[in-house]
Design a binder for this molecule. Structure first.
Ligand SMILES: *Cc1c(COP(=O)(O)O)cnc(C)c1O
Length: 375
């Protein structure tokens, strides 16, 4: 919570729920990552928060962008980004979307299957492509599972096909899982990629780029390793596995760039108990899983939640306002709020700048999606 956000909330008293993002913190996060990984080109993962003001600030700072759809590409272009600063990083694209991206000048595409590679060959001829490999997702609070990436042997075989398909085999990417808390998790993927670089090089296919993905954590309730420690671990792994032939590097931060820059302002709608002998209070907020807090699924992401009241606290279950029983935020995680918390109180949900505003449903139960203010 920055003074700037506190002043905005006090002066403007915006309707709740809303997200307020401090753009100066986004800029600070950008600089921190650049310091931690000076050799890597930063491609902000737009899906984390595509607010135009955030994209504009990042364009000013010299960021490039990882996009998942044509709409995201158009948002980057509208913010002043250039097509040659855009990667179409989604491995699941319609042919028509690949073509639309190509027409806008995008020449860098991700794939993780033969069928996707063939689509790119037809719709974006001559482009640079990189193959995403599977990772375990261990150590991550929001792992990305087996949905993305393919086995290294398959990736190698596909990269060998690029020349015949009229594409440039440009590199390899991976993602160690979002909110990754263990710096060592990058090592295994870097080792695997280095072996692939060597094997392909022996056959005259010279890859140029390694995409380190995202996963850089932001601080929620628990401490996370410092970004410079993660950067140092990655650089050690690169030297160990690539020696003096380290390729061009790309990093795709999402959460790290905007997570701690945003605060959600929410109102307590109801406080109740389920029986006379169960002291736990149920606290219902005007935001829930369908209003933007989708990452509370499985209580995986645990936002710090603050009240302005300072007294004694007691255990609570936190839930959203919709008529869906899945709309419970935290039941097992030990959340405590002041015992004198009252209906109508405002609460701050901190570190909520990433993966919130765009996860809000359009009108489930008639609730409008929350507003995002960038200041
Ligand atoms: C979502 C995503 C990212 C960003 O991940 P974070 O964990 O938020 O840093 C980066 N790259 C790709 C391909 C993604 O899909």
């Amino acid at each position: 919570m920055t003074q700037k956000i506190a002043r905005f909330l006090a002066d403007e008293a915006p309707a709740t729920p809303c997200l307020v993002v401090d753009l100066d913190l986004v800029a600070a996060n950008f600089r921190k990552l650049r310091t931690a990984l000076p050799e890597a080109a930063i491609y902000y993962a737009v899906k984390a928060n595509p607010a135009p003001a955030i994209l504009e600030r990042l364009v000013e700072l010299g960021s490039a962008f990882d996009t998942a759809s044509v709409n995201e590409i158009d948002m980057v272009l509208a913010a002043g980004g250039r097509a040659d600063q855009i990667s179409f990083g989604n491995t699941i694209k319609k042919m028509s979307c690949i073509r639309a991206a190509y027409e806008r000048g995008v020449r860098l595409f991700a794939f993780d299957s033969e069928q996707e590679l063939e689509k790119i060959a037809v719709a974006a001829p001559g482009s640079r492509v990189f193959c995403r490999i599977l990772t375990s997702g261990k150590g991550a609070d929001w792992p990305l599972s087996r949905k993305f990436g393919c086995a290294p042997a398959m990736a190698e075989a596909l990269l060998r096909r690029c020349r015949d398909l009229g594409l440039e085999a440009f590199g390899i990417s991976f993602h160690v899982g979002s909110q990754q808390r263990e710096p060592k998790q990058w090592d295994e993927a870097i080792r695997t990629a280095a072996a692939m670089f060597r094997a392909l090089d022996a056959d005259g296919i010279e890859l140029k780029m390694l995409n380190l993905g995202g996963g850089f954590p932001t601080r929620y309730r628990r401490n996370v390793p410092k970004l410079c420690a993660i950067g140092a671990a990655i650089r050690r792994s690169l030297r160990k596995h690539f020696g003096n032939r380290i390729p061009d590097l790309i990093a795709e931060p999402g959460r790290q760039m905007v997570g701690n820059a945003g605060v959600i302002h929410t109102e307590v709608v109801l406080i109740s108990q389920k029986s006379a002998d169960d002291p736990r209070r149920w606290v219902y907020l005007d935001i829930g899983k369908f209003g933007g807090l989708a990452e509370t699924e499985g209580e995986a992401i645990q936002y710090p939640i603050r009240s302005h009241r300072r007294g004694k606290t007691g255990r609570v279950v936190l839930a959203g306002p919709t008529c869906d029983s899945a709309d419970v935020l935290y039941e097992k995680a030990n959340y405590r709020l002041p015992v004198d918390l009252s209906i109508g109180d405002r609460l701050e949900i901190r570190a909520a700048g990433a993966y919130t505003s765009t996860y809000a449903s359009v009108a489930f139960n008639g609730f409008e999606p929350m507003r995002c203010y960038c200041i």
